[in-house]
Write a protein that binds this ligand. Structure first.
Ligand SMILES: Nc1ncnc2c1ncn2[C@@H]1O[C@H](COP(=O)(O)OP(=O)(O)OP(=O)(O)O)[C@@H](O)[C@H]1O
Ligand SMILES: [Mg+2]
Ligand SMILES: [Zn+2]
Length: 512
C-alpha cells in the first residue's frame, strides 16, 4: 500500500513542500530503502524509525518498505522527516487510515523511544503555510515559534503515539499559548549609566546609533571599548513587529531558538571571536545556513580586535555590508539571507596596545606601528563612517560618584533623530537612515552653506580626505544636525564630523 505524507524543508529562509511517499509491499526482501537524493543523515533515520515505531507499541512491517522524498532536486538533510516517515510507514501498513493525513503537514525528529524532538527552521516552514488551510504538526518544543505564523493551525507533538492518536481523532490537540507579538522592549541587562567618563566615545556611539553608521573604536586595553559597544542595543529604537519576525526567522533557520521560545524582541548583538571563519561570518554550508552578519540583522555586529580577524573573512563581509544581504551560491541554486547590520569594530592603537596611553609607554617600533595600521586601510574601513580614539579614563572620572547618563535618555534622542530620517527617506526605497545614503542622496540631502563648504574644504586639504571619506563626513554631519533637530548642517556639525576620521590622519602623527 502507498501512503503520501506532506512535509517541508527549509531552503535559505523559505519553506518548500516535500512529499514523503511510503510504499509497503509484500514482495521483495524486507527492509527499508530510500530514494530521492537523501542526505546520509536521512539514512540514519532508518534505525530511529524502527525503534520509535516498536517502542510506541506499533508493528514494524516485515515487508519491503520504499521511501521517496520528492521533489528530488531539493537537498534535504537532518531528521525533520522522521515523524512523516514513521506516520507514512504506519499508514502504508494499514495501522491507521491514510485519510487522517489530509491537509496535514508534519515535521519532527524521533528519539528511539518515540519522543518527538525539536528542529531548526520551523518558523520559515510555518510562515510558508500561512493561509493555505493546512494544519502543521510540529515538535512541542517548536510550537510557540510556529504559532507566530498567522492563519495556520499548529499542533504540538510530544511523541509518535500521541501524533497517531491525534490524527485518528482519538485525542484533542495540546493547547498552544497565543504568541506575544507586542512591540519589543529594549534589551535591558546593561545600561550606559554604568560607564564612567568616556564622554567622546559615548557621543560617537549616540551619533552612530542615531544615523545607523558603522563605527570603529581605537584604544588601549581596559578602557571600556567592549563595555561601550555591548550597550549599543540599549540605545537603538525597539524593533517593529515585522523586524522582530524577520530576526526570529533567521535564528530559527540557524537552529538558535531555544526550546519553547517564541519570538526574539531585543535587537541582536553578535560578537563573533576573531578566529571565526569566513563561512561562519558570512554564511554557507552544503545546506546554506545564515552566518554572523545575518544573525546580527537589524542589530549590531561587533568585531572586537579587528586586526586579528582573517583578512579573507573581512573581505567577504564587504559585499554583504554594502548590499544589506548575503547571497550564498550553491550548485543546487542560490539563496539569500538579509544582513542589514550596524558594524562596530574595536582595536588597539598598535601591536603592544599602549600607543598614546599616558599610563604606560608604547614599545612598538615605527615600522611595526605602520604595518599594523596599514592592515586596516583595507576595504572594510571604507565602510566605516566613524573612527574614534578612546583614551584611558582619568582617575577622577573613574572614582567619581555615579556613572553617566542612562540608556533610556540617550535612546529618546536617537528615536527623535530616527523620526526625522524616516520623514526624509519616505520616498527613497532601501534607505532608512543617514548611514545608508548613496552618493546621490548625500548630494541631495546634505547641502552645505558657503561657510560649511569652506570648513569642509579646509579639512579635506589638511587630512587629505578621499571623495568617499568626504561623503562619510557629510553623512555623519547630517546625523549630528538631526540629533540637534536642525534642518541645516551647521559649521559645528561639520567640525564634529571631521573629528571622527582619525585614521585618515597620517599615522606617524598619532605615534608622537
Ligand atoms: N569607562 C569605564 N567605566 C566603568 N568601568 C570601566 C570603564 N572602562 C573599563 N571599565 C571596567 O574594565 C573592564 C574592562 O573593560 P573593557 O573590556 O570594556 O575594555 P576594552 O577597552 O575592551 O579592553 P581590551 O582592549 O583589552 O579589549 C570592564 O568590564 C569594566 O568593569
Ligand atoms: Mg575589549
Ligand atoms: Zn605599541
Amino acid at each position: 500500500m502507498l501512503a503520501k505524507v506532506e512535509s517541508a524543508a527549509v531552503v535559505g529562509l523559505t519553506g518548500v513542500p516535500i512529499t514523503v511517499e511510503v510504499d509497503v509491499s509484500g514482495g521483495g526482501l524486507p527492509g527499508l530503502h530510500m530514494v530521492g537524493l537523501p542526505d546520509p543523515t536521512i539514512r540514519e533515520a532508518k534505525e530511529r524509525l524502527r525503534s520509535a515505531i516498536r517502542n510506541s507499541a506499533f508493528a514494524w512491517p516485515a515487508s519491503r518498505i520504499t521511501v521517496n522524498l520528492a521533489p528530488a532536486d531539493v537537498r534535504k538533510e537532518g531528521s525533520a522527516f522522521d515523524l512523516p516517515m514513521a506516520v507514512g510507514v504506519l499508514a502504508a501498513s494499514g495501522q491507521f487510515p491514510a485519510a487522517a493525513l489530509e491537509r496535514t503537514v508534519l515535521l519532527g525528529e524521533l528519539a528511539l523511544d518515540g519522543q518527538v524532538r525539536g528542529l531548526p527552521g520551523i518558523l520559515p516552514v510555518a510562515l510558508s503555510l500561512s493561509g493555505r488551510g493546512k494544519r502543521l504538526l510540529v515538535p512541542a518544543a517548536n510550537a510557540a515559534e510556529a504559532a507566530l505564523a498567522p492563519e495556520l493551525t499548529v499542533v504540538p507533538m510530544r511523541d509518535l503515539a500521541q501524533a497517531v492518536r491525534f490524527l485518528q481523532g482519538l485525542e484533542p490537540a495540546d493547547p498552544v499559548a497565543e504568541p506575544d507579538v507586542s512591540p519589543a522592549g529594549p534589551f535591558s541587562f546593561v545600561d550606559y549609566a554604568e560607564v564612567r567618563g568616556q564622554g567622546a566615545a559615548r557621543r560617537a556611539l549616540e551619533v552612530a546609533a542615531a544615523g545607523g553608521h558603522n563605527l570603529l573604536l581605537i584604544g588601549p586595553p581596559g578602557v571600556g571599548k567592549t563595555m561601550l559597544v555591548e550597550r549599543l542595543p540599549t540605545i537603538l529604537p525597539p524593533m517593529s513587529p515585522a523586524e522582530s519576525l524577520e530576526v526570529t526567522m533567521i535564528h530559527s533557520a540557524a537552529g538558535l531558538l531555544p526550546s519553547g521560545f517564541s519570538q526574539i524582541t531585543g535587537r541582536p548583538f553578535r560578537h563573533p571571536h576573531h578566529t571565526a571563519s569566513a563561512p561562519a561570518l558570512i554564511g554557507g554550508g552544503t545546506i546554506p545556513r545564515p552566518g554572523e552578519v545575518s544573525l546580527a540583522h537589524h542589530g549590531v555586529l561587533f568585531l572586537d580586535e579587528l586586526p586579528e580577524f582573517d583578512r579573507a573573512a573581512l573581505e567577504g563581509l564587504r559585499q554583504p555590508l554594502e548590499a544589506g544581504r548575503v547571497t550564498v551560491v550553491r550548485t543546487q541554486g542560490s539563496c539569500t539571507f538579509p544582513a542589514r547590520v550596524m558594524l562596530v569594530a574595536a582595536m588597539n592603537p598598535c601591536p603592544c596596545g599602549f600607543a598614546g596611553d599616558p599610563r604606560r609607554g608604547c614599545v612598538c617600533t615605527p615600522s611595526q606601528f605602520i604595518k599594523y595600521r596599514s592592515k586596516m586601510s583595507g576595504p572594510l574601513l571604507d565602510r566605516i563612517d566613524l573612527q574614534l580614539e578612546v583614551p584611558a579614563v582619568r582617575w577622577e572620572e573613574m572614582t567619581a560618584a555615579g556613572g553617566g547618563e542612562s540608556s533610556a535618555a540617550i535612546r529618546s534622542r536617537v528615536e527623535q533623530a530616527r523620526r526625522v530620517q524616516r520623514e526624509r527617506f519616505k520616498a527613497e526605497p532601501g534607505c532608512f537612515v543617514n548611514g545608508q545614503m548613496s552618493h546621490r542622496q548625500v548630494r541631495r540631502f546634505c547641502r552645505l552653506t558657503a561657510e560649511g563648504r569652506e570648513i569642509l574644504g579646509r579639512a579635506v586639504e589638511r587630512l587629505g580626505l578621499s571623495a568617499r571619506a568626504h561623503d562619510r563626513v557629510l553623512r555623519v554631519a547630517r546625523t549630528i544636525a538631526d540629533l540637534e533637530g536642525t534642518a541645516e548642517i551647521e559649521p559645528d556639525h561639520l567640525a564634529e564630523a571631521v573629528q571622527y576620521r582619525c585614521l585618515d590622519r597620517p599615522v606617524i602623527e598619532s605615534n608622537g
